[in-house]
Design a protein around this ligand. Structure first.
Ligand code: CA
Ligand code: CA
Ligand code: CA
Ligand code: CA
Length: 373
């Protein structure tokens, strides 16, 4: 009798130990709870019948339910438009005219590897930005559609540098298929947790540099803390134009940005491509670079220089688009407008005979300043 009591006590203690063990935090994921049956006879518990275990359904078979709260607008405010080099004119010669600067990660490679056949859907021609109260809208207009499929099949992306150090901080990346209605399917927002996008120097090739580029996904097809963070569509008015709608909360009010078209590597974990590959491995699209022509490991890709939003550029921001030097002869100041920079409001500016105009160096947040009329 005493022996039986001891066995029951031992079984009870074992159950308490097992229950405590279940409460110890650790890396083991929560498992299906198992019921331990303690019998009065002290016999080891019989294994439960197999049919009582029901394997949980794999997550991939459960379609995520995504409830959107805020949708991008159908029509956008007027845009700021920027031009990228295009290779349409030199495509029959299987080369880019210029505009590919491997050292600063600037690509003009809308061509297949080695053969250098032209890919119009990869050739960025214009890139645009505008915004409203909730969104930034970024447009990427390419030269043409995929001639085989008559649509756009490349990946397209928008890269943001928030602290203007040249190292990209967010990459909004979209994959085909695209539709003319806004959708989050196929759109990801990636970030770089160890700031190695661009390698040691964002304005230089550090190859061979073995970083992990954009290494973390904070949004994927509507899944993430904000289900409305980033959207994509084809402009309903223009089949060669991809549009992104990105919540203003992502980049904030002041940042640098540029865009991508990629039908080649399509691997943001290898950003920057000019760090992951040497120029010899990557090749060149310009025949004048005889040492490197044609393109090889870094192929079917186009990107742009970076533009600024919400702040006045100094001209020294890494990867900033070149600023045009003024070509017109300086106008002779008219009598009455002396040192227009001293006036900081429209009334005193015009009263002094100067002209109150938009500052073209600041986009989105329109800033007026005083100049000679
Ligand atoms: Ca281009
Ligand atoms: Ca940065
Ligand atoms: Ca670099
Ligand atoms: Ca990284």
């Amino acid at each position: 009798m005493k022996n039986r009591r001891t066995r029951i006590l031992s079984a009870f203690l074992a159950l308490v130990v097992a229950a405590l063990a279940c409460n110890v935090p650790g890396p083991t994921p929560a498992a299906t709870p198992m019921v331990i049956v303690v019998t009065a006879t002290g016999q080891p518990p019989a294994p439960p019948p197999l049919e009582t275990f029901t394997a949980p359904a794999p997550a991939s078979t459960l379609p995520p339910v995504i409830t959107h709260i805020l949708y991008p607008a159908e029509a956008q405010p007027p845009e700021s438009t920027f031009v990228d080099v295009d290779s349409l004119g030199t495509a029959p010669e299987h080369r880019a005219p210029y505009g590919d600067s491997y050292k600063i990660n600037r690509f003009e490679r809308p061509f297949t590897a080695t053969v250098m056949d032209y890919l119009p859907e990869v050739d960025i021609h214009y890139f645009t930005i505008t915004g409203d109260a909730n969104w930034f809208y970024v447009g990427i207009e390419v030269i043409g559609l995929n001639p085989q499929t008559n649509n756009l099949t490349a990946d397209y992306g928008v890269e943001f540098d928030l602290d203007r150090d040249g190292h990209g901080d967010y990459l909004v990346w979209a994959k085909a298929p695209y539709t003319t209605s806004w959708k989050t399917d196929g759109v990801s927002v990636l970030t770089d947790t160890n700031n190695d996008v661009g390698g040691p120097s964002p304005e230089r090739s550090d190859a061979p540099f073995n970083g992990n580029g954009y290494d973390s996904t904070i949004f994927s097809s509507g899944q993430g803390a904000d289900p409305d963070l980033a959207w994509v569509r084809i402009d309903p008015r223009m089949p060669t134009r991809v549009q992104f709608a990105i919540k203003r909360t992502l980049p904030g009010d002041a940042f640098m940005w540029g865009v991508w078209a990629d039908l080649g590597l399509r691997d943001p974990s290898k950003f920057s491509y000019n760090d992951a590959f040497t120029e010899t491995q990557a090749g060149s699209p310009e025949r004048s670079e005889t040492e490197f022509y044609p393109i090889k490991a870094v192929y079917a890709v186009d990107n742009t220089c970076r533009e600024a939003v919400g702040f006045r550029t100094t001209g020294y921001e890494p990867l900033l688009c070149p600023r045009e030097e003024p070509t017109a002869a300086p106008r002779t100041p008219q009598v009455g407008c002396v040192n227009p920079g001293q006036y900081h409001d429209a009334a005193s500016c015009t009263a002094a005979g100067c002209a109150w105009v938009q500052d073209p160096t600041v986009i989105i947040a329109v800033i007026y300043h005083c100049v000679h009329p």
